[in-house]
Design a protein around this ligand. Sequence first.
Ligand SMILES: O=C(O)CCC(=O)C(=O)O
Length: 291
Amino acid sequence: MSAPDTAALVKDYQENGFAVAERLFDASEVAELNNAITEILDVPDIGSVAEVEPGDNGLARRIWSPTKQHSAFERAAAHPRLLDHVEALIGPDILFHYSKLHLKAPQVGSVVDWHQDFSYYPHTNTDLVTALVYLDDTTTENSALQAIPGSHRRGLADHYVDGYFRGKVAGAGAPDPALAVPIEAPAGSVVFIHCLLLHYSSSNTSDRYRRAFLPAYRAADAYPIHFGAHAGHNEPGVRLLRGSVSDTARVEAGAWRLPLAERPFGSLFQLQEGADKVTATTGYATLEEAK
Ligand SMILES: O=C(O)CCC(=O)C(=O)O
């Protein structure tokens, strides 16, 4: 199979910090992934596989490490079509970093506050990309990702509140929402997010789900510079998907504030909401990702 034409994707990514590959996964592949979600959640204790929305609706908002929970996600994360696009963005030597899955339920769907992914896991360089795979047709109403184009070229914003890392850009430093661009796309499309892109998503005000699978990748010569909870949890699962491993860390000059949180957390939802770490009975203790 010939390599896809990714010139426009690369141009968008370099200019804006994000780029969309429409319908990279076809309808049957999307259906397979949505069936896999149903299978993962078909357990007596949903808290053993997922994080639930606050309150008492019992709805899952986040499936932990879906690539570890179902082979359909493992295959999708390593799909050659997806990796061809990742390669165009970060080069031929590709590590799988980690994965997660967000389920934004109709009329619910927790907010994801403004943030840059790199604030959670600083590395020696910024060739880290998250692929957000929409599993439903996605519009502003059902919580399309929103981003500030070009923000990936302006360094790392302040993700601290009251002296601790809170994984969000809040208060006076928060971006003007009027500058945000909603990234709407049909099911099966993939939004590639540069690790320094400022992005957020609102709650879901529609009657439709917005499910998204998020495998994250990095160049093989990008090494973590902070061995906190995220690296502690995810580094053992990092593996080569394409190309060669690197015995050399490529280092971009810069000063990166480290994610020193006040207390342990599982997901970015928990951290941004200021929630206490959830108890072992929910299963977070074994499946948490710290992002
Ligand atoms: O699922 C979303 O809407 C956003 C996810 C996100 O920004 C993240 O997990 O970093």
